[in-house]
Design a protein around this ligand. Structure first.
Ligand SMILES: Nc1nc2c(ncn2[C@@H]2O[C@H](COP(=O)(O)OP(=O)(O)OP(=O)(O)O)[C@@H](O)[C@H]2O)c(=O)[nH]1
Ligand SMILES: [Mg+2]
Length: 336
């Protein structure tokens, strides 16, 4: 039998800031083994009181806008000031290919060699475009390990934005100077989630276009319903390539945090996120249980075909699956 690390010991190492402990903790959190779940739960409970200090940042944007490049430059800017940075990159390729984004690793090459940085690609957990189900917990583990900033990078493909926005203190949207973000159909919906908008690639031949794009986005933001009463979403320009504007980004993030803390909004937001997370967990775990129930799962597969064929309404099929599941649960209760 594989040696199981002692949870109390692992929690203590994590709180002491041990990188290897963080890597082990995330492996435990991401584990699909049923007996690892309660252990991961114990670990999280032990470290939860130590998670408040880190700022939790989500970076999103269309493919190729420069998220990884920006995080590398931004991360190195922070570590140069003696701060510790953890990056959790949601890896959309892993569900399709079982691999991880090699390109991203090479792009964050320098940051990944920095002792004050921790980079970890996370599988996106099966839900296409979805955030790794355990990303939220991994983020808390990194926060407990004393990282000053915990960054989640996610590709701009819809649902994952909402999910990431629901787990961070500040949701940052990266846009490119030449538009194209609109073509991806991502802009408007995601713009409403943003606490900060950055026009990246403001360098060289793109410099002018970046200035125009920033002004346009700022104007568009003024027409939207503000996300927070206490914060007006700024549009900044920066270059991941040259590092221009990166310090301004950090100043803005720091100012945002101070504002949110002072007004109590940070606490409220985290509380609300934790509450929503509980219900997401209930929902996901119920679905897991249902899928693991042989009778309900078998019936579901049969009914699914009828729904697809148009011979059974989806709602009626759902009701029958739930009835079968409840019947299994009742049988279990009487013959455990
Ligand atoms: N000129 C310029 N090019 C940049 C900048 N940032 C990124 N790039 C280039 O844009 C391309 C995409 O950069 P990435 O950092 O991989 O973008 P990404 O958003 O992480 O891409 P995905 O993870 O694939 O969605 C690369 O060729 C980068 O060199 C920048 O600030 N200026
Ligand atoms: Mg990337």
């Amino acid at each position: 039998m594989a040696k199981q690390p002692d949870i109390t010991e692992l929690a203590n190492q994590l709180i002491a800031g041990d990188r290897r402990a963080l890597a082990r903790a995330i492996t435990l959190i991401e584990s699909r083994r049923a007996d690892d779940r309660p252990r991961a739960g114990d670990l999280l409970r032990a470290v939860l009181p130590h998670t408040a200090k880190a700022i939790r940042l989500g970076f999103s944007g269309a493919p190729g806008v420069g998220k990884s490049s920006f995080i590398e430059t931004f991360g190195r800017f922070l570590t140069a000031q003696g701060l510790k940075v953890a990056v959790l990159a949601i890896d959309p390729s892993s569900t399709l290919s079982g691999g991880s984004i090699l390109g991203d690793k090479t792009r964050m090459e320098q940051l990944s060699r920095d002792p004050n940085a921790f980079i970890r690609p996370s599988p996106s957990g099966g839900a296409l475009g979805g955030v790794a189900r355990r990303t939220r917990e991994s983020m808390l583990a990194a926060a407990a390990a004393g990282y000053d900033a915990v960054i989640i990078e996610t590709v701009g493909v819809g649902q994952s934005e909402t999910e990431v926005c629901g787990m961070v203190d500040m949701f940052v949207l990266l846009l490119s100077p030449g538009g194209g973000d609109e073509l991806q159909g991502i802009k408007r919906g995601i713009m409403e989630l943003a606490d900060l908008v950055i026009v990246n690639k403001a360098d060289g031949e793109f410099l002018k276009a970046a200035g125009r794009a920033a002004a346009e986005h700022q104007a568009a933001l003024h027409l939207m319903r503000p996300k927070s009463r206490n914060w007006q979403v700024p549009v900044l320009q920066c270059s991941a390539l040259t590092g221009d504007g990166v310090s301004r980004v950090w100043e803005t993030i720091t100012h945002y945090r101070e504002t949110m803390e002072k007004t109590g909004e940070l606490t409220l937001r985290r509380q609300e996120q934790a509450r929503a997370w509980m219900w997401t967990e209930v929902q996901d775990s119920l679905l897991d249980l249902l899928r693991q129930d042989p009778e309900a799962a078998k019936l579901a597969r049969t009914l699914e075909k009828q729904v697809v064929a148009g011979t059974l309404p989806a709602s009626a099929a759902a009701q029958r699956v739930l009835d079968a599941f409840q019947a299994s649960l009742a049988r279990l209760k009487f013959n455990p």
